[in-house]
Design a protein around this ligand. Structure first.
Ligand code: 3H9
Length: 694
């Protein structure tokens, strides 16, 4: 389609004419965020349309990968530049000529609000539409909470604003959010659509509709039902409730009043800590992908085929990630039975996903067809990346790497899925330490988003770059860690575990410690986690050797949920209740060790289990084992369920203040004894009043 560019412009918004349709184009890479210049350009374009009788209709479209992906998040917290987005969308809706939004890529947040203010919306079939503000601790603050229920219905709007999950064009069409799905050249279709609707008056304005509000007006109980149904999911978060309230206002009040409620709720969220934490985390996640000392133009190695050693829970889960991404996997086991069991579990997992409607039967078969099970070690030779996922024992791993060194083609990446062990020692078992890297997946590996990429002393830059890019391809969030015991995540778990166990001896109960963690926002506390993962993990398996509470539990078969008993008793539905047996074991141990039991307050639990984690995180930073504080936060949010509304342990430390943390730790120093030592960096931050994160 040929257009005449009317005037050259430095604005990200340009206009051109196609007949009497004004085409408004945004070109603001990478995602056409609605920054100040875009907003100004849009207003100018609408003024141009209004002021020119020759223009009969308007099409708003974007260049590049996507339609507007929302407000420019990097502008948040800075002085506002006019016009603000709510004004811009009103100006669009009040344009005297019909406005058609032409949507491709992702119309998100403010982007969808621009589309909602347009009189018509056309989209390509693979477009996605959503309001992810809730994930940033916000709500759609440019009329979105008021227009969306009017256009898509109240129930759909509630789901969209509180989940933040975008819907596909087909679903959007079904609920009336998109007027037409167009195949082929989007702009051409959008202009044709504009031609069709150019004379229709009055112009359909989302803000003036209320047909789709009628049902909820007749039955306002739907809001409380929605709250009840989602209570667990929203626990601890402020934004979902504010989103619901805003939609409630859309139903209960006229539009003009609803937008005022929306504004107030938006400003309330914006000034809170949760929104700050969640916006910080948005950028933290993206920053994690960058390795500071490796040039950006470093070329990755090509990975077309992956080998996995070990078809256990980890090996199987790891393989599924690659299969799902269309990358063939050769999986090796020592005997046929283990191989069959492993591949059987993978198939079962895929089928369970299909049963939930998240995969088709055809996709299951396609994924499984890419899998080559083998008992022949040499069959791994032509893989571009090999991931060893056998149990955590250094001599076993070294032996495997020595064999890999002999078999694997030159240039192949040799990775170990270790969660604690020294990658340099493993690499030293080969003649090519530059090709060795740690890839620490979290269990269940096909579900958990985190991947710790462990950088050995000799790991080559292109190996690291490959690992980071591959992680994105298999939909993981990768964080680079240095070689130290437990890397970032598990290393920080250790002081928490040590102190939590000591607290039991000193007088706390598993229920109390867990409650403090759950109230803090963690999905579960340390003892609930132990019961879920298995109390017997790492147990020496000698029932006569009882050195600590865990040994005592394991010796009497209390291995956790799988045995119906661990730190808690479990009923047949796996509901926990406190165990008098465990309480007795704890008290016996305390007596044996001469520990005087006392009343423990919740604050002490926070200081000894959470402040100690911050201290460990700080040590990780000062030793250079993490590139930046925000990487530590990404590990904890994605690997262990740290509540994202607290940003992560290091962001949380900043909201508490390093001085307060040091003070708390000093209060507990004596009780923690030789298990604890201060991080120099933490003391330094406290003294200077500095933060870990920016
Ligand atoms: C909002 O709209 C509020 C309004 O309701 C009310 C206002 C009054 N702003 O993710 P990627 C950057 S709130 C600024 O790697 P992908 C990102 O940091 C907003 N920057 O790409 C990265 O930079 P870098 C609601 C943004 O292809 C680069 O773009 N909207 C924004 O994997 C590429 O990003 C959202 O929450 C932004 N809005 O995914 C949508 N978005 O290269 C947020 C991205 O320097 N965005 N950047 O690291 C997304 O979900 C994804 O970026 C998207 C593309 C799906 C669009």
């Amino acid at each position: 389609m040929t257009d005449v560019i009317d005037k050259p412009t430095t604005s990200p918004i340009s206009t051109s004419r196609h007949g009497d349709v004004l085409i408004v184009t945004s070109n603001n890479p990478p995602v056409n965020a609605l920054g100040a210049a875009v907003r100004q350009g849009l207003v100018a374009a609408i003024e141009e349309a209004d002021g020119d009788d020759a223009i009969k209709a308007v099409v708003i479209r974007c260049e590049g990968q996507t339609f507007f992906a929302g407000a420019d998040i990097s502008e948040f917290g800075k002085p506002m530049v006019m016009p603000m987005l709510p004004q811009v969308v009103d100006i669009i809706e009040n344009c005297t000529k019909p406005v058609v939004a032409a949507i491709h890529g992702t119309a998100l947040g403010g982007g969808l609000e621009v589309a909602l203010a347009s009189h018509y919306r056309v989209a390509v079939p693979d477009a996605k539409l959503g309001v992810p503000e809730v994930k940033l601790g916000l709500l759609p603050g440019a009329g979105g909470t008021q227009r969306l229920p009017r256009v898509a219905g109240v129930q759909k709007a509630l789901e969209m604003v509180t989940s933040g999950t975008p819907i596909g064009a087909k679903d959007a069409y079904a609920v009336g959010l998109v007027d037409r799905i167009v195949e082929g050249e989007l702009l051409q279709h959008a202009v044709a659509y504009a031609d069709e609707v150019r004379d229709i008056r009055p112009l359909p304005k989302s803000s003036e509709r209320d047909d789709k509000l009628a049902e909820a007006r007749a039955n306002p109980a739907i809001f409380d039902e929605f709250r009840k149904a989602n209570g667990r999911k929203f626990r601890g978060f402020e934004a979902p409730e504010a989103n619901i309230k805003a939609v409630e206002a859309a139903v209960a009040k006229p539009y003009a009043e609803g937008v005022i409620d929306e504004r107030n709720l938006f400003m309330g969220l914006m000034s809170g800590t949760q929104a700050r934490a969640q916006q910080y985390f948005f950028f933290a996640e993206r920053k994690a992908a960058k390795i500071d000392d490796i040039p950006e133009d470093t070329q990755p190695r090509s990975v077309k085929k992956v080998g996995v050693i070990g078809a256990g829970t980890m090996g199987g889960g790891i393989s599924m990630n690659f299969l799902s991404a269309g990358i063939p996997v050769t999986i090796f086991e020592m005997n046929q039975e283990a191989l069959d069991r492993g591949t059987g579990v993978m198939r079962k997992n895929y089928e369970a996903t299909a049963a939930k409607g998240r995969m088709t039967g055809e996709q299951v078969e396609k994924a499984m067809a890419q899998l080559t099970p083998t008992l022949d070690f040499d069959a791994l030779a032509d893989c571009d990346l090999i991931i060893e996922a056998v149990f955590e024992q250094m001599d076993v791993k070294k032996d495997i790497f020595t064999r890999l060194d002999k078999v694997m083609k030159q240039g192949a990446i040799l990775a170990s899925n270790t969660s604690y062990l020294n990658i340099d020692e493993i690499a030293a078992a080969t003649s090519r330490p530059q090709d060795v890297v740690g890839l620490h997946f979290f269990s269940p590996a096909n579900v958990m988003k985190l991947l710790e990429v462990v950088r050995g002393a000799k790991t080559a830059p292109d190996v690291l770059v490959t690992a980071m890019q591959l992680a994105k391809k298999i939909k993981k969030v990768a964080v680079v860690a240095g070689v130290c015991h437990g890397f970032i995540g598990n290393r920080m778990l250790m002081p928490r575990q040590v102190e939590a166990t000591k607290l039991l001896l000193e007088g706390a109960t598993p229920e109390q410690v867990d409650r403090v963690h759950v109230e803090f926002g963690m999905p579960m506390g340390p003892f609930q986690m132990a019961d879920l993962a298995g109390v017997d993990i790492g147990w020496h398996r000698d029932p006569n050797r009882i050195e600590n509470i865990r040994d005592a539990l394991c010796a009497i078969d209390r291995w956790g949920q799988k045995k119906g008993a661990g730190f808690y008793d479990y009923d047949e539905k796996r509901r926990p209740t406190p165990s008098p047996v465990v309480q007795q074991i704890i008290e016996d141990f305390a007596a044996k060790q001469g520990v005087t039991r006392r009343q423990i307050d919740d604050e002490e639990i926070v200081e000894r289990t959470l402040y100690t984690m911050v201290n460990e995180g700080s040590k990780i930073l000062e030793e250079g084992m993490a590139q930046r504080a925000s990487d530590i936060d990404v590990v904890w949010v994605y690997g262990y369920g740290w509540p994202v509304y607290r940003g992560g342990p290091m962001f949380w430390a900043d909201t508490e203040g390093a001085a307060k943390i040091v003070e708390g730790l000093k209060r507990q120093e004596q009780r923690m004894g030789s298990d604890f030592s201060f991080s120099r960096l933490l003391l330094d931050k406290a003294e200077k009043g500095e933060k870990f994160t920016r």
